[in-house]
Design a binder for this molecule. Structure first.
Ligand code: PAF
Length: 288
């Protein structure tokens, strides 16, 4: 596995591979790797000759009161995990390489970037879109793979890539869950044992609400019940929403493809999750 920290070196290596006719897949991450990230490497490997994984804790996607300073960082462990997963190149720029002195550009996405995460985290999607566009132009990747756990982010990136005619094709990998259903996330490391024991109720509530919707009960009733349940079980409810899966427009009736998305607070940790709302046999998978 090669490691690059400067854009010029990255481009030299990738241009060399391209000159040999090889295709390139990118797996963007902020590190603190878990099995979910490593499953995205598997998707990347299946779609390209070379796999590049990036590690960059992007300051532009954290609000002033968010967890940028305490976000879990262990580059050596992440590099070892990526190497064991078989990536070809570890792209690990520092902030000065990503945002050189005088950097003054920001990409704003509307449509799927409105509401939900954006209500609680203003500036988050502009930060994500800007860094992801840079990762795409730095690497010129043929494909890039993102987790479905961050469903709204996945739709925002898909929208941006389409709107800006970016050549990188967006692929997704399904959410990887702990045995009790909790979606794997780098931020799960913040949970105390008592909080961890309560955390799986988020996925359980999504499943119950989705089953009620599929059984034909009204959207407003199902969402009200689900919201009540989450508000009781967690320390705060940011949202529980039924949305059209791609545009993320609100749905008043269950019309496929539909997605149920939620964010809750548990102590000082914010958990997000989402599932497809469809009969069980038609669930997981699907590119944005
Ligand atoms: O999902 C993440 O880890 C980040 O938002 C991403 C896509 C790597 C951009 O910083």
């Amino acid at each position: 596995m090669l490691t690059e920290r400067q854009v010029a070196g990255l481009r030299r290596t990738l241009d060399g591979w391209r000159a040999q006719g090889q295709t390139i897949a990118l797996v963007p991450t902020m590190g603190a790797l878990h099995a979910g990230h490593l499953s995205l490497v598997g998707v990347a490997r299946a779609h390209a000759d070379r796999v590049v994984a990036s590690l960059f804790v992007n300051p532009r996607q954290f609000g002033p009161s968010e967890d940028f300073a305490r976000y879990p960082r262990n580059e050596a462990a992440d590099a070892a995990a990526f190497e064991a997963a078989g990536i070809d190149l570890f792209w690990a720029p520092d902030v000065a390489a990503m945002y050189p002195q005088g950097f003054a550009t920001s990409i704003t996405v509307e449509g799927p970037a409105a509401g939900m995460e954006a209500d609680t985290r203003p500036g988050f999607f502009a930060g994500v879109a800007t860094v992801v566009a840079k990762l795409f132009t730095q690497t010129g990747a043929d494909v890039a793979v993102f987790g479905e756990k961050d469903w709204q982010q996945l739709q925002v990136i898909g929208r941006m890539a389409a709107d800006l005619d970016l050549r990188t094709r967006i692929l997704s990998g399904p959410t990887v869950r702990e045995t009790d259903g909790l979606a794997m996330s780098s931020r799960n490391a913040y949970l105390s044992p008592a909080e961890r024991a309560r955390a799986a109720e988020l996925y359980a509530t999504l499943e119950r609400t989705a089953a009620a919707l599929v059984s034909g009960r009204g959207v407003a009733t199902c969402l009200a019940e689900g919201r009540g349940h989450l508000a009781e079980r967690f320390d705060g409810l940011d949202y529980l929403e039924l949305r059209e899966a791609g545009s993320l427009a609100p749905l008043e009736r269950l019309v496929p493809p539909a997605r149920l998305l939620a964010a809750v607070r548990l102590g000082s940790t914010r958990l997000i999750d989402n599932i497809a709302v469809a009969p069980a046999a038609q669930r997981e998978g699907g590119a944005p």
